[in-house]
Design a protein around this ligand. Structure first.
Ligand code: TSJ
Length: 644
């Protein structure tokens, strides 16, 4: 295609290649945005907003507005410089058109022309364009308003001037309508966008991001603006916990082209809640930046503890885990060419990030501890307690290991196991209470369904140290029944059931118990959830009887529908189930356990908002009563928080 001297022909050839590029996106959208589910739909917005955030990082923009318009169209506007409208010589097109029609245009093209993007993102606009019914871009630049419209990725007229504006006003406005033939669903969820936009605002201090829902009946809006950036993020994450000290420890600096920010604060819980980001994108698998942070933390606290005689020369050094007990931390690095590794490409690989984070944190944390001896002492003392508890836990665990070595792996006594031994065919119901457990044992299909009844509320792992957790009978029963072990010993290939089904009453107490169980699994065996083995059973809320016929309704809406169908009259008998115990075994089987007729909800982890999940758990589990009540009231079907 490069041999012709006729520039027009060459232009045409370029165009064909461009269109093929976007056709590829429409053919395999999942390759470019992960999925065509609600998650992918929301990613379209983030791809666009990322470009405005880049403009903010470059120092030219401080306000981003995101509108959900009627018909689930999205509009994003910023007050940056405006996408360049001049001709990009390599493509022979205005730079803005290149941005929207060439795959992976960001940062790559330009040569002598425009260098699009501060270098971080700027690659997603053409993907969004390809997956939209239509997309319009307007650019405010030097007193003129430029506009171009595309339909299914193709420009329908060249970039043109459509009006005038105040010469001082600059910026970009993009409006798009997601293609309903590509996405499973095109209804935007305000709360999902709200969570991610809030996170983006925390990660880009000073920026103002406004989210406005303009859909009829859904009107609402919110502004996110944090001058403190990730420092405020940590306060937000700790909002339903008791902080161990008032200040948030904050380190910031640049080394080897890596911009590093770290904020942390300890609370009265026992979990390490560290969230790491690269260019504002979450890295759930961590990577070099996280490794550098952990190294600096361990080294610096041990040095401080030794120098200040909190730890004597002959005493065991504090482990990283000890220091991180009850710590909430956010690590954010910005780097021009991030390399992602690992199965899901969510792990940072750049080696320079390790040294950069280690260096910045070691230096500034050392200084902070010297300046704030009370805080330093509080953290060191909490770490020493953690060290002792960990030692006790190790002894308890060794004891249980030795026991099983002597006795063979004995399954818990309360477990009614199934006879089939192929995990693929098997499911285990974790049932609250002995009476419901009894019904379930009678009702089950013995070959493939196992029942493990648990007594009352299970231990809240958010509020207990490891030694207590390992000593808890209900938790031990679950661990041995599942067969996988936990933490470092976790081995998914040893899982004895491919469906782990939590079955509790359909009321607030039941929801609370489910949450306790999910919290345990999330903290100790998150792979079970990640790989989709964990489910919630859904018992019915109502039984309707009329003329010896029976219907079950799983929520009020369904009840209404059924009553409408069979007629609302005196012959209807409506029973509201308060618990599983009110059903006889046959009813329990029919409504909740029979694979042919039951409803199961699979529990998933949305890595896009891992930080929010953590808050969800601690809100439900923590001591602060007010946020908890609010949460339960607002989330009768809280599972949706896990299941975006
Ligand atoms: F790309 C896009 F469509 F997704 C998009 C880009 C959407 C929105 C809402 C905003 C933007 C955007 C791009 N905002 N600001 C910019 N800035 C540039 O593209 C720009 C402007 C000037 C210069 C320059 O070197 O003069 C460089 C760049 C990258």
């Amino acid at each position: 295609m490069g041999t012709s001297t006729n520039t027009n022909v060459e232009y045409g050839a370029d165009q064909i290649q461009i269109l093929e590029g976007l056709e590829a996106v429409r053919k395999r959208p999942g390759m470019y945005i992960g999925s065509t589910s609600l998650r992918g739909l929301h990613h379209l917005v983030y791809e666009i907003v990322d470009n405005s955030v880049d403009e903010a990082l470059a120092g030219f923009c401080d306000t981003i507005d995101v509108f959900i318009l009627e018909d689930n169209c999205i509009r994003v506007t910023d007050n940056g410089r405006g996408i360049p409208v001049g001709i990009n010589h390599k493509a022979g097109l205005p730079a803005v058109e290149v941005v929207f029609t060439v795959l992976h245009a960001g940062g790559k093209f330009g040569g002598g022309g425009y260098k699009v993007s501060g270098g971080l993102h700027g690659v997603g606009a053409s993907v969004v364009n390809a997956l939209s019914n239509w997309l319009e871009v307007e650019i405010f630049h030097e007193g003129k308003i430029y506009k171009q419209r595309y339909e299914r990725g193709k420009s329908i007229y060249p970039l043109k001037v459509v009006g005038e504006c105040d010469a001082k006003k600059t910026g970009t406005q993009v409006t798009f309508s997601p293609d309903g033939s590509i996405f499973e669903d095109i209804v935007y969820d305000y709360d999902t966008l709200k969570q991610r936009l809030r996170e983006m605002a925390f990660l880009t201090k000073g920026i103002k991001i406004r989210l406005v829902d303009q859909r009829e009946g859904l009107e609402q809006e919110k502004v996110f603006h944090y001058e403190g950036g990730i420092k405020e993020f940590v306060i937000y994450l700790n909002r339903s916990k008791e902080a161990l000290y008032d200040s948030v420890i904050y380190c910031e600096g640049e080394r080897d082209g890596v911009y590093v920010e770290v904020a942390l604060q300890h609370n009265d819980s026992y979990n390490d809640a560290t969230y790491s980001f690269v260019n504002n994108i979450t890295t759930p698998e961590g990577g070099t930046h996280l490794a550098g942070f952990r190294n600096a933390l361990t080294k610096t606290f041990n040095a401080y503890a030794k120098n200040n005689k909190i730890l004597k020369e002959n005493e065991t050094a504090l482990s990283g885990e000890d220091i991180r007990e009850g710590m909430t931390a956010v690590i954010s690095v910005k780097i021009s060419e991030p390399q992602f590794e690992g199965q899901t490409k969510q792990k940072l690989g750049n080696s320079e990030a390790r040294g950069a984070v280690d260096g910045v944190v070691s230096e500034q944390l050392t200084y902070f501890l010297e300046q704030n001896p009370m805080v330093a002492k509080a953290i060191c003392e909490k770490s020493l307690l953690a060290q002792r508890a960990r030692e006790a836990a190790r002894k308890a665990r060794d004891l249980t290991r030795r026991k099983t070595a002597l006795e063979g792996t004995s399954l818990p006594g309360k477990l009614a196991d199934c006879s089939d031994k192929d995990p693929k065919n098997c499911e285990i119901f974790i049932v609250e209470g002995d009476s419901a457990g009894g019904s379930a044992k009678t009702a089950r299909s013995r070959a493939t369904q196992a029942i493990l009844p648990l007594r009352g509320k299970i231990l809240n792992v958010e509020k207990a140290r490891l030694d207590k957790i390992y000593g808890n009978a209900e938790i031990k029963a679950m661990i041995t029944a599942f067969g996988t072990g936990i933490h470092d010993d976790f081995d998914i290939t040893k899982l004895r059931y491919h469906k782990i089904i939590i079955m509790t009453d359909a009321d607030v107490d039941g929801a609370h118990i489910s949450t306790l169980m999910l919290t345990f699994m999330y903290r100790f065996m998150p792979e079970l959830i990640r790989q989709g083995y964990v489910y919630l059973a859904k018992p019915p809320l109502f039984k309707i009887e009329k003329n010896k016929k029976v219907w079950y309704a799983y929520d009020e809406i369904e009840l209404d529908q059924i009553l409408k169908e069979i007629g609302r009259d005196g012959n209807n008998k409506i029973q509201r189930y308060k618990g599983l115990g009110e059903m006889d075994p046959e009813q329990l089987w029919e409504t909740t356990m029979d694979p042919e007729t039951r409803i199961l909800e699979r529990v998933t982890i949305d890595d896009d908002s891992a930080a929010e999940i953590d808050v969800t758990f601690t809100t439900l589990m923590g001591d602060k009563v007010e946020p908890r009540r609010e949460f339960i009231e607002a989330n009768a079907r809280y599972v949706q928080n896990l299941d975006v």
